[in-house]
Design a protein around this ligand. Structure first.
Ligand SMILES: NC(=O)c1ccc[n+]([C@@H]2O[C@H](COP(=O)([O-])OP(=O)(O)OC[C@H]3O[C@@H](n4cnc5c(N)ncnc54)[C@H](O)[C@@H]3O)[C@@H](O)[C@H]2O)c1
Ligand SMILES: [Fe+2]
Length: 445
């Protein structure tokens, strides 16, 4: 793979022509919503929303976050600026087509709304994106869901302003142009992705994350780690074939701007992740670093993309048996997103190492600057990841969330369906590769 670290282009590179005669991509795109970051930022939402000229705003959240009183505080602040506001606290943790539909029905019946505020983790922010899309553009959920599960219709016009207020440090959903859902009837996780889904503004307030339980801090934090690592090791944008402007995809591969954000996210993770898990209730600095890392990684992967660990996470979460993680609602089985992405990460990066050794080694040294240098360089990043996962209490492989070797053949097709993600992988990946990665991830240590 050619990388951004290369010296100047050769004359054939400058013309975009490869030896084989195909025209290489010469353009990358990068986008993110405006950001308001810092302690107390969430107390300014009334002012921020009033700048969009809105009169009626729906605040969306899940019951756990509602119990903390944060969405109600946001609604009060909106009212102080003359904006009528109501709270919908029916967001489902790890949302599904059914829970998206219930939220959309509620918004349609109680609307029309001319703006939305999402208060919560990825579950609340993603639900608000779907509600905004369907109440702004009409149609049914499956019209917009990515093909082949849905019809992949492009949103026909602009959405209403959505302000996203994360209360977990993980998904980066406040800056991405996608939302994820579980399609219950098909036992498959998929998403809707289009640049119009990007929130109008991200309001990121570290004080909202002080109450996160250690298990959610650990799982959501591993989501950040995987976003940064997968984005940093994604295929280089210039190695794909040239796109016409109308075909340009949201995720263009690793590129110089996404790389900067990911490197900084990894720095912050090295400094503060363990502290946030073990002393999160009192360590404001660690919480601030983690939320900044989540935002930065979102600005990276939200443009470059993710690959094998996230592709594997879809069947691992979608086909859950009876695993009920501590720190999360206990009413039904689930594998939280951050756990599901991290369980196969050590083995996935063993697999992808040969495609870009220097990037894997740089990532390992950013995440663990003091780690011992191993004689086998391909082991460096897996070793750093396993050390981190053990320290923060992540389950030991897919075996610890209910899957044995005999389940692997059932999981493989769910990963292979995520071609949009797998094409971001820096080297070709086939069914046998995925099967081996899953088998070697039943136990990680
Ligand atoms: N849109 C994207 O770009 C994107 C990216 C990655 C993941 N996701 C999706 O995001 C979802 C996961 O989101 P998440 O990891 O942020 O968690 P979450 O929103 O599912 O919340 C996890 C739990 O933490 C609780 N919680 C949230 N904030 C809290 C706080 N401040 N104090 C105490 N408890 C709190 C919630 O009530 C819930 O029980 C998944 O559905 C995943 O697929 C979306
Ligand atoms: Fe993720």
């Amino acid at each position: 793979m050619s990388s951004g670290d290369d010296s100047g282009p050769t004359s054939s590179e400058a013309s975009g022509e490869t030896a084989a005669g195909t025209v290489e991509e010469t353009v990358f795109t990068w986008g993110a919503p405006p950001l308001k970051f810092g302690a107390g930022a969430s107390d300014e939402i009334g002012f921020d929303m009033s700048q969009y000229g809105v009169e009626r705003v729906l605040v969306l959240t899940d019951p756990g976050v509602a119990a903390l009183g944060i969405p109600q505080r946001v609604a009060e602040n909106l009212k102080r600026y003359g904006i009528e506001a109501a709270v919908f606290d029916g967001v489902h943790v790890e949302p599904s087509d059914a829970s998206f539909a219930a939220a959309v029905d509620h918004a349609r019946e109680s609307g029309p709304w001319d703006g939305f505020v999402a208060v919560g983790g990825g579950s609340a922010i993603d639900t608000a994106k779907a509600v905004d899309l369907l109440t702004s553009c009409g149609g049914e959920l499956m019209d917009y869901v990515n093909k082949p599960v849905g019809r992949g219709v492009v949103p026909p016009g602009p959405l209403k302003p959505l302000v996203a207020v994360p209360t977990t440090a993980g998904t980066g959903a406040e800056s991405t142009a996608m939302c994820v859902l579980d399609v219950l009837s098909m036992k498959v996780k998929t998403g809707i992705s289009h640049w119009r889904l990007r929130p109008a503004l991200a309001v990121v307030d570290p004080l909202l994350t002080m109450s996160l339980p250690p298990e959610v801090t650990a799982s959501a934090g591993m989501d950040i780690v995987c976003h940064a690592l997968e984005s940093y090791t994604a295929g280089w944008y210039g190695d794909s074939a040239r796109h016409r402007p109308e075909e340009r995809v949201t995720y263009c591969g690793s590129n110089p701007v996404s790389d900067l954000w990911c490197e900084k996210a990894m720095d912050l993770i090295a400094k503060s992740f363990r502290r946030a898990v073990h002393h999160g209730a009192e360590d404001v600095e660690a919480r601030t670093d983690m939320l900044m890392a989540a935002t930065f990684a979102g600005m990276g992967f939200g443009n470059s993309g993710v690959h094998i660990p996230h592709a594997n996470a879809y069947p691992i979460a979608g086909m859950v048996k009876d695993y009920r993680p501590a720190g999360y609602p206990q009413d039904e089985p689930m594998v939280p997103h951050g756990q599901s992405v991290s369980l196969t990460a050590p083995e996935a990066f063993r697999f992808s190492f040969s495609s870009a050794p220097e990037r894997h080694l740089r990532a390992a040294s950013l995440l663990a600057p003091d780690a011992e240098r191993l004689s086998d360089p391909s082991e460096q990043l897996p070793r750093v990841l396993v050390g981190l996962m053990r320290d923060i209490g992540i389950p030991n492989g897919i075996g610890a969330v209910g899957y044995g070797e005999s389940d692997v053949p059932d999981l493989v097709p769910g990963t292979m369906k995520q071609q949009r993600l797998l094409t971001t992988c820096p080297k070709p990946v086939n069914e046998e590769d995925i099967e081996r990665i899953l088998l070697n991830s039943v136990q990680n240590w």
